[in-house]
Design a protein around this ligand. Structure first.
Ligand SMILES: [Zn+2]
Ligand SMILES: [Zn+2]
Length: 360
């Protein structure tokens, strides 16, 4: 069968035509037909040969970690839970083999401490840009059929869900509810989905991003009742005076300058969550005195988060269903490009629009 692959040593991308079709070998395995795979900046980094590692014994890595699959068959131990035709989302990261790794031992490999974890389509494990996958049922999240093609957004939504689960833990230090105003830095898919999740939680949401409005992302923000501000004509101070001070900020751009500008606008007891991976070069001038003073005097918290656990996958499925009901059609507007597997390099290397998907 076909698979979209990156050959890091040869520095090329190609469709592998003789990738072996997997078969169920254990009673708890599920065979999925891959319906769609979302493309993101991580794929671009891997396809630019700056990141990513093929599995042992391979000179290529099959790309893709944001998959929507449909059950073809399931092993005898899990066939009650996974029936042919059901939709499912695979977990990206699998636990590391180190028995002393406490997070992996309790299935929280998103907090792995050894760095020896494996990630589909990223680290030492083939990805989902292929026709079929066989996976352990324990690493699958079932999806209601009603979510349909919008379920391809589950994996990027898990970034927001993990951020907000953790922010809620931190907010529980306060014996009152103080969740009113939120800032989202970045209006890519992860930022937009975060904005929707925050609107579901009742926040006033201000999205702060590069491009001037109106644009497709600003229209999505407004259609879910948020406000959109461009860094081109709104300073962080203006953003703060119009929409802040913020109780919660969610950074999803990998843009340190904008992130640390917004950090200055956090209110008392504010929580700032960083999720974007910045490009590897460049630094910014940074008022360390002012930020430290603010953080101490206002009891603020700065938190980094990566990847997601099963709780975030379940919550992502629930929240996407709520978004479908509350703002019909808005998730469909997020997917702006669909590409056949043969053409996977186009959305990976020269992305346009909001979210592109590859259809194997
Ligand atoms: Zn991704
Ligand atoms: Zn581990």
């Amino acid at each position: 069968m076909r698979a979209a692959a990156v050959f890091p040593v040869e520095r090329r991308l190609a469709v592998v035509n003789d990738f072996p079709e997997p078969q169920i070998r254990r009673p708890n395995e599920v065979k999925l037909r891959i319906l769609a795979v979302g493309v993101c900046g991580t794929d671009r980094e891997i396809a630019s040969f700056v990141y990513g590692t093929p599995p042992e014994g391979f000179n290529y890595l099959v790309l893709g970690h944001e998959a929507l699959g449909q059950v073809v068959e399931a092993g005898p131990a899990v066939c009650e839970r996974f029936r042919a035709g059901d939709l499912a989302i695979p977990l990206v990261r699998l636990p590391c083999p180190d028995v002393t790794c406490a997070p992996c031992a309790v299935n929280r490999q998103d907090h792995c401490e050894t760095g020896k974890y494996r990630e589909h389509g990223i680290m030492r494990l083939h990805g989902f840009m292929t026709e079929f996958m066989v996976l352990d049922a324990g690493y699958l999240t079932p999806v209601p059929k009603a979510l349909g093609n919008d379920a391809v957004l589950v994996e990027p939504m898990t970034i927001a869900e993990k951020a907000f689960i953790q922010a809620e833990h931190i907010a529980s230090r306060l014996p009152w509810k103080s969740q009113r105003r939120a800032a989202v830095v970045g209006a890519g898919p992860v930022g937009l989905l975060g904005a929707m999740a925050l609107r579901l939680r009742g926040y006033d949401v201000a999205v702060y991003s590069l491009d001037l409005a109106p644009n497709p992302a600003s229209r999505i923000v407004e259609s879910v009742g948020g406000r959109y501000f461009s860094t081109r004509n709104t300073s962080a101070e203006q953003l703060a005076s119009e929409a802040g001070p913020f109780d919660l900020a969610y950074e999803a751009a990998g843009a340190p300058t904008a992130a640390f500008e917004v950090l200055k606008s956090m209110g008392p007891n504010g929580i700032f969550v960083l999720t974007g991976v910045p490009s590897r070069h460049g630094g910014v001038e940074f008022d360390t005195h002012g930020v430290m003073l603010n953080m101490v005097m206002k009891n603020q918290c700065l938190l980094g988060t990566v990847n997601a656990g099963r709780d975030a996958f379940n919550l992502a499925v629930e929240d996407l269903a709520k978004i479908q009901t509350r703002w019909p059609g808005v998730l469909g507007e997020m997917v702006t490009g669909r590409f056949p597997l043969e053409d996977f390099a186009s959305p990976v290397l020269t992305p346009k629009g909001i979210k592109n998907v590859v259809i194997p």
